[in-house]
Design a protein around this ligand. Structure first.
Ligand code: AMX
Length: 428
């Protein structure tokens, strides 16, 4: 992994120079302010973090380095990991080096197989996934070196990178084992050394041998990999890692945040939503029926899953990328057709709902991702957030590697009480 480490080091050094300049020349310059509404409203729109792996432009969506989705959607997931960490795509030899390392570390330890098989079947697959990542924690080289007193601060990132590659290498076998053993009740499939990381995941899930399924899995992994630093799962994982808890702890924590219905679980909720529509109106619902159904849901106090976003203010480009994939590979799918009709109906309703309070009436990635997985044979909805989690682990790991390389301290913002705030407002 020497080339990879060298390239990540170059990136860290470059970012470090920028930071040194900002601190030297502008350490006390004020770049934002915080309103009472933001303090009381989940810090929405408050600029409070620096994350150098990716950026979400409210109107153009996800950027990794300077690349927007159309420029990286056809890359391999491992190329995206390289980009997140090193700020550049790997060349052919650099990619081969990383792929070799991923293949070399792909095997699950025996104790993990025992652990997976003994997991109670009633657990949600996200719970199983998070538990399994945590169960691997003893593998952390960072932890071993740190406990042995062998690590200087400037080396932390290197061992985070070691742990990241080992963890990512194991995720296809781990996630596929959960799917096959607990959801399909079948035996796991063997790792295929000649396949790339994403194709191996598709292969080991074992639900669809078509090349287009591997293509979908790779696209899914690429589109969900990172979404800057303030979303629930990435922020959680980074906060945990900032205490120097290793990446296994930090990833498991991030996955627990991703498991919430307002975050990663929305993709499974979305497919249930569409299934509910089909059960009620048949597989080809009319737009009038959809309009009435959506209004009923809102009147009942429920959110429309897959719509809205804390940062985006347009249709999520990840939604668009999946839609283009669907149009190419399964244009006649009744599920895809209903997703399209909802896209026609829901924004118009949300625009005027609660007197225009919904900041973004357009679809996010979850409005379509589950539909495609379902269409290609992953029929257990509960697994969709695991797919999201596998991919998001790329971002968790990259964010922590870069943050530790830049010597960022433990995260510890100040909180205040209502009384403190009211006193401050009286004085203002
Ligand atoms: N349906 C109904 N109401 C919605 C809505 C939706 N899809 N999106 C937002 N609203 C409501 C909010 O609940 C809020 O109402 P309140 O003031 O009465 O509590 C109001 O509109 C303003 O919210 P907002 O500023 O537009 O959104 P937010 O930043 O607070 O929340 C999100 C963002 C994603 C949680 C929200 O849009 C939502 O609940 N969407 C549905 C769930 C979903 O798709 N989640 C996945 C998001 C992407 C991801 O993380 N994977």
């Amino acid at each position: 992994m020497e080339q990879f480490k060298n390239n990540v080091k170059k990136r860290i050094d470059y970012l470090g120079m920028e930071i040194a300049w900002m601190l030297r020349e502008h350490g006390k310059t004020v770049v934002g302010e915080v309103s009472v509404k933001q303090l009381l409203g989940g810090m929405r729109g408050l600029t409070a973090l620096v994350c150098n792996t990716s950026y979400v432009d409210p109107y153009r969506g996800l950027f990794i380095s300077d690349y927007a989705i159309p420029e990286f959607e056809d890359k391999l997931p491992e190329e995206i990991f390289y980009l997140l960490c090193a700020g550049k795509f790997p060349n052919e030899t650099e990619l081969a080096e990383l792929q070799e390392e991923l293949a070399f570390r792909a095997e699950l330890p025996d104790y993990l197989w025992t652990f997976i098989r003994q997991l109670p079947r009633h657990l949600h697959p996200m719970t199983m996934f998070s538990l399994c990542v945590l169960a691997l924690e003893g593998e952390s080289v960072f932890k071993q070196k740190y406990e042995a007193g062998e690590l200087g601060k400037s080396e932390y990132w290197e061992y985070m990178l070691e742990d990241a590659v080992s963890l990512l290498a194991k995720l296809p076998a781990l996630a596929a084992a959960i799917y096959r053993i607990h959801l399909l009740r079948e035996e796991p499939m063997d790792y295929h050394p000649s396949l790339d990381w994403g194709s191996n995941l598709a292969h080991m899930l074992g639900v669809n041998p078509e090349l287009s399924f591997a293509e979908l899995v790779r696209l899914y992994m690429v589109l969900h990999c990172d979404h800057e630093g303030g979303n629930v799962s990435a922020f959680t994982s980074r906060v945990v890692n900032s205490a120097l808890s290793n990446l296994y702890y930090a990833t498991s924590a991030g996955l627990n945040g991703l498991a919430g219905p307002l975050h990663g679980l929305a993709n499974q909720v979305c497919l249930r939503f569409i299934r509910g529509i089909h059960e009620r109106f048949g597989e080809s619902p009319g737009t009038d029926q959809l309009d009435a159904f959506v209004r009923e849901e809102l009147d009942a106090g429920r959110v429309i899953p897959g719509y809205g976003h804390a940062v985006l203010r347009v249709t999520d480009p990840r939604f668009t990328a999946f839609m283009e994939f669907g149009n190419r590979h399964c244009p006649n799918s009744p599920f895809l057709q209903t997703v399209k009709k909802l896209y026609y109906v829901v924004p118009n309703i949300l625009k005027t709902y609660k007197e225009g309070k919904v900041a973004n009436p357009y679809p996010n990635v979850d409005a379509i991702s589950g539909t495609l997985l379902y269409q290609f044979g992953i029929s257990h909805f509960d697994f969709y957030t695991v797919m999201f989690g596998i991919s998001r682990t790329f971002g968790f790991c990259a964010q922590s590697i870069i943050a530790l390389g830049l010597n960022q301290p433990i995260i510890r913002p100040k909180s205040v009480t209502n009384k403190w705030l009211m006193d401050a407002l009286e004085r203002a």
